[in-house]
Each structure stands twice: as structure tokens, then as C-alpha cells.
Design a protein around this ligand. Sequence first.
Ligand code: BG6
Length: 499
Amino acid sequence: MSAHDVEAAPACTLFLFGANGDLVKRLLMPALYNLSRDGLLDKRLRIVGVDHNPATDSAFAERLEAFMRERDKGEGATTHLDDKVWKRLAKGIGYLTGDFLEPATYQAIAERIENNRTGNAIFYLATSPRFFSGVVQQLGAAGLLDEANGFRRVVVEKPFGSDLASAEALNACLLKVMNEKQIYRIDHYLGKETVQNILVSRFSNGLFEAFWNNHYIDHVQITAAETVGVETRGAFYDTTGALRDMVPNHLFQLLAMVAMEPPAAFGADAVRSEKAKVIGAIRPWSKAMALKNSVRGQYTAGKQGRKKLAGYREEPRVDPDSQTETYVALKVMIDNWRWVGVPFYLRTGKRMSVRDTEIAICFKPAPYAQFRDSDAERPKPNYLKIQIQPNEGMWFDLQAKRPGPTLAMENVELGFAYKDFFKMQPSTGYETLIYDCLTGDQTLFQRADNIENGWRAVQPFLDAWAQGGEVQPYAAGEDGPEAADELLARDRRVWHSIG
Ligand code: BG6
């Protein structure tokens, strides 16, 4: 996240491992195209897809182009392909057929770097996670991570581990062959403008600091509701579940943005240290408390409008007796001075009624019931809603007097919608992340301690659930199981309505 006007990133050879996978064609190539459109890539950038299926350089480039052109026609296009821009980018696209675990692949990679003469190289692991450590070991063994002749960086996609022990083991494996400054652990939520804006809003508007603490804030709700089901990812999802898929990464990153202390400087180390501290301050629940403070749900057959939707257990490649959660709601506490006593309620689920990723900050009520004997006697709490997607912006709920002879109150909203102020170009959310990796800015990437602290906070839930218990059903198209409402009702609170 560069603070100043941007210039083209330095030249390098960018190797995309897992070149034939979804991530490359749906997100990485469109993002590279958008960067090229904006003049942010060096003319000598080479993009080399690496995968086991044979293909030529031009066949690979043509396939990507065809896919992107098709997507441009649909809703939610992330590029608008212009022939001139595409041709310029396509000139630098190549392909290398190779087995990820064979040394010969890495000799061929070394030759490509040699040919490009910049010496700089980035290795982007867009593969299945089972290859992460193998590829990195091979890169190390082939001497490709040695920075004597240019920078060498490795981008690691999510999921980074599946629990604390596996995340620690993966970090150890990476740090054996390179140093932390070479590692870019991606969480695509950090590429979203609205997520980056949380820090800017908090730390460049003096107003917020005055009430951003447990004196004025009653509790915080973080929601990532999706309308999609597991689609074609049944096999992956059934061994993963909503908790691992969304909480230690995306939801904790949102929590960190809201809850971290102001960093001493706006640099990668300072920002990431504050994030690691606040995630590290999440209270580790005992197993009993983890059970009490969590709800697992799984969608059953239901409807979205008139469309009938299958239940999770009927989805392709999902165990028909699966106990994997597609919804999770949690209560977590942050043990530090700013947040002591302020619960953070987190929820995420597939096949909910609307797509909505938002943070709702609920303020404490006015200290005294000023307007007795009126319906205004019990004013509603004020919320600040930070909506990450789809309608990006911030809204503040206030109470106002409804015009008329009686004293009646109504909720009104002060709002800022991104689309009203800024012209937004189509984008994937990966543009900033790729640009930052090319320029060596690690601010928006996760450091090892950040990841491990996240898993440490999630581990008690995994351990408690491993001892049994059933997922709670909710109908597809609805907002999670009743038990999630009870989680808040117990504390005399309710979920902020989504959408
Ligand atoms: C991914 C998860 O990391 O994030 C998916 O694996 C989820 O299951 C996705 O759908 C959500 O991302 P976004 O950007 O659509 O909110």
C-alpha cells in the first residue's frame, strides 16, 4: 500500500506455480492486466506459468485471453480488455511445463531468469497447499532464493496451515531456506480498498480516536455473509469448514484493523507488529468456554427467492453425513487496556440471505434517559457500520426526532459510499497486493507471528469441536442457526441486521 503516487514496479520474472488453476485466470492475470493498463508494470516483466500439463507460451497466453474476454461480457467483470494493452502484456507471457517436485523444473526456471537478465524473480505459489513446502524446498535447493543478483520473493496463498502446529511447521520450512523479508503470505482481504480504508479512517481522522475504546464502544460485530454455497470446492471445503476457511485469516485481519493500536510508523514492520499484538491478545478460551462461545451451523436445502437450493450434504464431493460447518459464530475477547470488557462477535457463513461483509461497531447508549414518558425513553444504540462489500462505505446510525407534535424518535443514517466520491475502475483486489510484492512492500502481507497468533486463538475451538457435538442446521437462504441468536441474546444483544 504505497502512500504516494505510484510508479512502475521494477522488472522481474514472475513465476506462477499452478498456472492452469482458477486463481491465475480469474484473479492474478486480470490483476496483472489492470496494473499494465495503469502503466504500473515494467516493460521487461516476464510472466511464466508453471504447471505439469504441456503447453506452449502462446497457447497459454491465448487461453488466458479467451477466458478474460469471456468474463468481460458478464456481470462483475474485473477487466475491460483493450487490444493494445493486452498485446503489450502478452508479449511477456510464457509457460514452462514441469513437475513441482522435480529438480529439472528448477533448472528450467533458472534458465528463464538468466534469459530475462534482471535477476529479480518472484515465485507465486498458486498451487494446492500440499505443494507449498515441496516447491519452497526445491527453490532453496536450486539456489533460486539467493539474492546476490536481484531480489527473490515467494508469495504463499491461503490456506496457510490447517491448525497451529501445521502453520508453525510451514513457517519453519519457509524460514529454513529464506528470510522473512522474502516471504509474502497473502490474505486477499487486505487487497480490498475498504479494508485498507479502515486504517486510514481510524488514523487520519482525530475524531475516531476519541471514542475508539471500551469507554464508548459496547461491542463489535464482524460479519462475512455469502450467498454462494461450496460450488465446485466440496472436497476442499469438507475437510476445511467455515472456521478454518475464514476466521484465522480474513475475519481476524478485519478484527486487527479495527482493534490494533496506532503503529509508530506506517511501515510494514510497525503495522504488522501492532496487528500481531492485538491478535495475540485474543483470550485463549478453555475447551469448555470455546464450546460455550461458538456456534457451528450447516445449511440444509432451502431457497433464494424462487430458486431451490440443495443442502450442503447434497453438494458434489461432500460426505453425505458431513459434520463440517458452513457457518460459524464466535464470541472473542481481547485482553488489553483498550478493549477489556468489549466482546467481538464474529460470524461467517455460506448460503446466507445476502452477500455482506461488514463491521458493526455498537456504541454504549446515552447515559441517561432524557426523554421520559415518550417512545424515545429507550433510544436504540448507535452503530457505525463499515461495509467492506458489496456496497463499500461507512454509515453512522443516529437517533433523530421524527417531525410532528409528539416526541418520537427514528433512526437516521449519515453515510459515505465509495461510489459517490471515487471513480472505481474494475479490479480484482489483487492489484495492490501484486504491485506491493513487486515493489517490496510487505505491509499488506502476513508475518509469521501474525499467522501463528491467529491459529493460536482459533485452536481452542478446533480442539473443543474435535471432541464431538453436532452442527446446527439452517435453511439455505437464511441467516444461520437460531443458536447464533442465542449467543448474543445471552449477553442481551442482537445481531445487526445485514444487507
Ligand atoms: C476465500 C474462501 O478465502 O474467501 C472462500 O476460501 C470465500 O470460501 C472467499 O468464499 C470470500 O472472499 P470474498 O472476497 O468473496 O469475500
